[in-house]
Write a protein that binds this ligand. Sequence first.
Ligand code: G6P
Length: 638
Amino acid sequence: MCGIIGITGQAAAVDGVVSGLRRLEYRGYDSAGVVTTDPKGLRLVKRAGKLDNLTAALEGQPLSASTALGHTRWATHGEPNDRNAHPHLDPSGRVAIVHNGIIENYQTLKAELGDVRFASETDSEVVAHLIAEELAAPAPATAPATATAAERAMSTAEAGTPDLLAAVRAVVARLEGAYALCVVAADDPETLVVAKHEAPLILAQADGVGYCASDVAALIEHTNEVAALLDGQLARITPDGVEVVDVDGAPATPHAYTVDWDLAAAEKQGYDHFMLKEIHEQPQAVADTLLDRLNAPAPGLPPRLQLDELRIDEGEFSRIDKVFILACGTSLHAGMVGKLAIEHWAGIPVDVEVASEFRYRDPIVDPHTLVIAISQSGETIDTIAGAAHARDQRAPVIALTNVVGSTLARDADGVLYTHAGPEVAVASTKAFTTQIVGCLLLGLYLGQARGRVYSSEVADILERFDRVPDALREVLALDGQLRELAQRYHDVDSTMFIGRHAGLPIAMEGALKLKEISYLHAEAFPAGEMKHGPIALIEPGSLVVALAPAGHVFGKMVSNIQEVRARGASVLAIGTAGSTAALVEHADDVLTLPEPPHELAGPVLSVVPLQLFSYHVATLRGEDVDQPRNLAKTVTVE
Ligand code: G6P
């Protein structure tokens, strides 16, 4: 979704802004723009398409200033063209804004402005007009005791002197919807004013330069000491410092934290694409998720699985009688493995639900319901809102996320971090495998807390999990085979992925990966459901990818494979050392994975060939692997 970066107090601020926008490209966008300030006015350049279009335009009209504001737009209202790109100006060209989110009442606000011409079709532009209107309004000399918040805000400025922060405060009080806003004005050229409601916004100050950004990736080259603005907060950022206030103008404190990764982690490091790099980082990422989880609570006592970040006393879990897992996209598939783990080890019923559906129905949630909200970014609006919906009903919420200090992590009662390092490619890979590991840890932990899994079993299972990184390295060594398979199949019209039990979430994830980055039609089904409809689509030339590891559903998978093959499909079977001998006669191609050290860890291994297959198919088809069309990494609008 939209990316924002603002810089004030740095020579050649535009270069810094463009560099920050490059680091935000991964979020997904379709146009970009930048504005600079100086007392003579604002200077604006914006272009549809990739950032290179903007930088080419900037070469033709270089902007030199020490304050600049940039934006990458993921279109919601109005097509992605130059006009609709951000920043947006007020009609006098004295105020510029960038916005991430959706202003839901923009039509009402436009109507309130009367007969005014708008330059774009966006919901955002009206905010620039409203701020300019506020700045033009005469300010009261002093605020009477009975003053409204907006009047008091105005009084903080010298009488008669327009105050940008006060004007923005007055305007955000009228906005409905979600926003991370950054505002600059020609009359206050060294100031950035920001406001946040339900969309992330980060502040930083380093070496006499003030920054704001939609996420830390844009700031990491400058500092790793940042602060997340909280909902309802606004800030004035100047080269001299940052002032944070709440909607009433009272001083407020944002959430300050240290980013635990550095610039090198956010670079491609010799790989052709971030996605390929992140696929290959999975052994280390999984090892980091598992690091230091088994500890003796006191000398002489048997070691226990300890999830210190959870911040919830282990005893609390004995009262839980139901679990909801909420997530979107890839994270939802990790949640499906989480259901298997929790039901298996903890014996608690689990519902896995698309977060955007959960929040708009009446789920039966009470203080005995545990909600696990999974989101790699911790900023997906539906997951955040779903978790808030549950908390309103006093259900404890655990966030399973990769991003320290993210909104989901801050709002939750407890948090389990996956420690996967930054994930830049839109298509999630290492975040997914580490989410699965996080789910396995949570399942085991709940089982331990409820006395259903003995310490010795916990230790044995964790010892098995510790072998997963090496098994992942073996799977990654199959890359050459996967490239050949991609060569053979990269032109098929349609692919179906089928699986059962722990293979089903991976079939779903495999189909999602393929469609996300190669734009090939791909669907996934529980293998047993094929006969209830989807098998009608099978014809000669169809490709079916079947997850068929050794295990209790292997025999059933073989039957389902035979059924599709009998109807002309080519079958690519993903087996394990214990199953492939039996698969060879039923499939056109068989890939042999190592036997997983635990059946429930199987998905961590079996998704990797599907990631690599999708990657190679997409590159063979010449697609933009890291930034697929229409998709965004962090979905901050509903
Ligand atoms: C977007 C991304 C997916 C991701 C989903 C949920 O659609 O492109 O890769 O799985 O959002 O994101 P989250 O950050 O909540 O895991």
